[in-house]
Design a protein around this ligand. Structure first.
Ligand code: NCD
Length: 307
């Protein structure tokens, strides 16, 4: 039962709970009317201490499409945080006003701290360069709909694997399914953090390969998961400028890929996928963004114990 639990890390969900959520999301996607009043009288709070388009708005739209209401802030400067309030005090207060809270924060671990002081479910909507479990649910729903399964896949992660929290969470989740192979493509400075390598990939005997060149491996991939270089996590602008255009997927580069390879991206994109790729049938990132709302509807229903 997910009722009254927190979702901080993708591993907070068992495989079975994850699959139940994906199945519910799929049912909502096919028949949204059936679910449109289930959260009447309920309130979702969105506490966003960092910018967001898809995550915040898809959560808000999700709650509204379930018949519930939404409160919150999209910039910390509009709340008492700017007066120096701690996240513990903020969440204690929000717990009195809302039924579920969604938190994005630049500090790794902040939603976890909030959950320790909260009497309502807390969802991590991205904590620094750490984890982003609801993007992972979105990614899993997309992969499952495209490939019919979450096993036996060769997945290429390309770009900023060091700071990309969506990458960390998706690697964790995909490592639980059978026979997945990961190809990790990044510049030397943006390789995955060591804890992902040792505690997830090596501990679970996942086959993986770390590469710098996308073109050398693109033909092997079932899924190519592109990511943005996370400008906001860099200590100096020079490094960002040097690394930001390390990978630009264009028509030329994609020629070597299989016609069955799908391109995912959590978005926002900057330069890493050229606009000419959007019309390629393998480009699935806008479908992925659409699914994000349905998985969040499923998650809200489960956390509130409505379903
Ligand atoms: C991602 C994030 O915030 O981590 N975006 C999202 O939630 N869809 C990816 C990113 O910002 O690059």
């Amino acid at each position: 039962m997910l009722k009254e639990r927190h979702l901080i890390d993708p591993m907070d969900l068992t495989i079975e709970e994850t699959e139940n959520l994906l199945e519910l999301a799929e049912n909502i996607y096919l028949n949204p009317e059936k679910y449109s009043k289930l959260c009447e009288g309920k309130i979702l709070a969105t506490l966003f201490y960092e910018p967001s388009t898809r995550t915040r708005l898809s959560f808000e739209a999700a709650m509204m499409r379930l018949g519930g209401k939404v409160i919150g802030f999209s910039e910390a400067s509009f709340s008492s945080v700017s007066k120096g309030e701690s996240i513990a005090d903020t969440i204690r207060t929000i717990s009195c006003y809302a039924d579920v809270a969604v938190i994005r924060h630049p500090k790794e671990g902040a939603p976890k701290i909030a959950s320790m002081y909260s009497s309502i479910p807390v969802v991590n909507a991205g904590d620094g360069g750490h984890q982003h479990p609801t993007q992972t649910l979105t990614d899993l729903m997309t992969i499952k709909s495209l490939k019919g399964s979450l096993s036996n896949l060769t997945v290429g992660f390309c770009g900023d694997l060091k700071f990309g929290r969506t990458v960390h969470s998706l690697i964790k989740s995909l490592s639980r399914y059978e026979n997945n192979k990961m190809i990790l493509i990044s510049p030397e400075e943006l390789k995955i953090p060591n804890y992902i390598r040792t505690e997830i990939l090596e501990k679970n005997n996942i086959e993986y390969d770390e590469r710098e060149n996308l073109e050398e491996v693109i033909a092997l991939l079932d899924i190519l998961y592109m990511t943005r270089v996370q400008k906001e996590r860099f200590f100096n602008e020079e490094d960002y400028i040097r690394l930001k255009d390390s990978y630009i997927l264009d028509e030329e580069k994609i020629k070597k890929a299989s016609k069955n390879m799908n391109i995912l991206h959590p978005l926002p994109r900057v330069n890493e996928i050229s606009y000419e790729i959007d019309k390629d049938p393998r480009a699935c990132y806008f479908k992925q963004a659409e699914y994000g709302m349905y998985v969040r509807m499923a998650l809200i229903l489960k956390l509130l114990g409505v379903m």
